[in-house]
Design a protein around this ligand. Structure first.
Ligand code: 6PG
Length: 477
């Protein structure tokens, strides 16, 4: 009988296939399986020679080809397909076997599946994997969540296949239950904000500065050697430089301007609303995608709704202002995303080490960036930091950029270019740095129409004013 495999992968679409190949390339025997056998056959025909693979047609044979405790990576579409695979595997597994969901599952599903599996003696792990197809093959960033003892059974393989930065693996046990998928969700939310900010910069460079796509591509290429250095800035330069073979135009100019989404950004915003965390950058990015989707309505509105008269300001200073506005807004988006993870960690008792999250996002994942080193340093010095903006490096970075940031928001507003992420980030910054904001009036209004009460700055307790009656104030607690 053939030697048993150390780990199995079921679901051989490109992400699952590439993860299996990555694992096998480290000399680890891998069992592979797919619901439709043709896919398994195709995988074996194309990659079977790359390592020690055992392919099975049936789930039973797949399970039997694994050493114990069985470690099974499930790489199928998030949602019902994950439950279907678990249901199929469960009767075939033994106490202590481990099911690892490495897809983009919604974390409440992971919490539920962890409990359901535990009731059957199975250890379930929800593991965030980022890096796209190439990352899965060559070294992703891995965010494992679940039982630490189960993690110990896969740690060696996971750290071996992950990306490395300065010899440090981009893989660390994130926390119990749904923590891994939660952190991956916030990673994706930040990815949305990063991408939206890049798109706004592109829009301004196109419509206010008056540059074409290849020229803007060169600007992004330059920006990639400064504070903004990151995978997304790098690939923006490449995407903008690409010429469409069919028309000879820049390819971006012939791509339909409707952004799609699979849900992780929206979940991040929904969770921020539940937690009561101001997450304006990511949320505006989600809304910008939904606005972009209203293509027919926008087309009608473009000839109906008035805007300012076009006036281009081709000016060197503005290009650098946009760079600075992009950086400052990016700092805000990360400050918000990390504040959200901190709130979720407290709420769920996850004990997330936020510095570790910055560390494992430095390589392999879509938001990998130089800048994450600064975030890592910030949490190394202040593990319980409320907000990244309060760390001297970021305080100064945003202070240095703020004049440029305000100029960009002003010019964009004057010229009628939508910049929801730039402007909401600036408003968040201005709101956060205010000792006293205008919510006193909100409280006064709420008390007027609904007797919702308010607190006073000069006394303890709750108060209500009989605004429309005798105008007297009464204490209500
Ligand atoms: C990653 C990516 C990956 C995927 C997103 C795209 O980290 O490797 O984030 O998870 O590309 O799901 O999300 P949208 O389709 O919602 O933009």
């Amino acid at each position: 009988m053939a030697e048993k495999s150390r780990i199995g992968v079921t679901g051989l679409a490109v992400m699952g296939a590439n993860l299996a190949r990555n694992i096998a390339s480290r000399g680890v025997p891998v069992a592979v399986h797919n619901r439709t056998t043709a896919k398994t056959e195709q995988f074996m025909a194309e990659h079977g020679g790359e390592g020690e693979f055992t392919a099975s047609e049936s789930v039973e044979d797949f399970v039997n080809s694994l050493e114990r405790p069985r470690r099974i990576i499930v790489m199928v579409k998030a949602g019902r397909p994950v439950d279907a695979v678990i249901e199929e595997l469960t009767p075939l597994l033994d106490e202590g076997d481990i099911i690892i969901d490495a897809g983009n599952s919604h974390f409440p599903d992971t919490v539920r599946r962890t409990e359901e599996c535990a009731a059957n003696g199975i250890r379930f792990m929800g593991v965030g994997v980022s890096g796209g197809e190439e990352g899965a093959l060559l070294g992703p960033s891995i965010m494992p969540g679940g039982d630490p003892e189960a993690y110990a059974e896969v740690e060696e393989i996971f750290t071996a296949i992950s990306a490395k930065v300065d010899d440090t693996p981009c893989c660390v046990h994130v926390g119990p239950g749904g923590a891994g998928h939660y952190v991956k969700m916030v990673h994706n939310g930040i990815e949305y904000a990063d991408i939206q900010l890049i798109a706004e910069a592109y829009d301004l460079l196109t419509h206010v500065v008056g540059l074409d796509a290849p020229a803007i591509g060169k600007i992004f290429e330059e920006w990639n050697s400064g504070d903004l250095e990151s995978f997304l800035i790098e690939i923006t330069g490449k995407v903008l430089a690409k010429t469409d073979e069919k028309t000879g135009k820049p390819l971006v100019d012939v791509i339909v301007d409707q952004a799609e989404q699979k849900g992780t950004g929206r979940w991040t915003s929904q969770d921020a609303l539940d937690l009561g965390v101001p997450l304006t950058g990511i949320t505006e990015a989600v809304f910008a995608r939904t606005l972009s989707a209203l293509r027919d309505e926008r087309r009608a509105a473009s000839t109906t709704l008035a805007g300012p008269s076009p006036a281009q300001k081709a000016d060197e200073q503005l290009v650098d202002d946009i760079r600075q506005a992009l950086y400052a807004s990016k700092v805000v988006a990360y400050a918000q995303g990390f504040a959200q993870m901190r709130a979720a960690s407290i709420e769920n008792d996850w004990d997330l080490k936020l510095g570790d999250m910055a560390t494992i996002w430095r390589g392999g994942c879509i938001i990998r960036a130089q800048f994450l080193n600064r975030i890592r340093d910030a949490y190394a010095e202040h593990p319980d930091l409320d907000n990244l903006l309060m760390v001297p490096y970021f305080t100064e970075a945003v202070a240095d950029a703020q004049d440029a940031w305000r100029r960009v928001v002003t010019v964009a507003t004057e010229q009628g270019v939508a910049i929801p992420a730039f402007s909401s980030s600036l408003s968040y910054y201005d709101g956060y740095r205010r000792e006293r904001g205008p919510a006193n009036l909100i409280q006064g209004l709420r008390d007027y129409f609904g007797a919702h009460t308010y607190r006073r700055t000069d006394a303890e307790g709750s108060f209500h004013t009989r605004w429309a009656q005798d105008g007297a104030e009464v204490r209500t607690d």
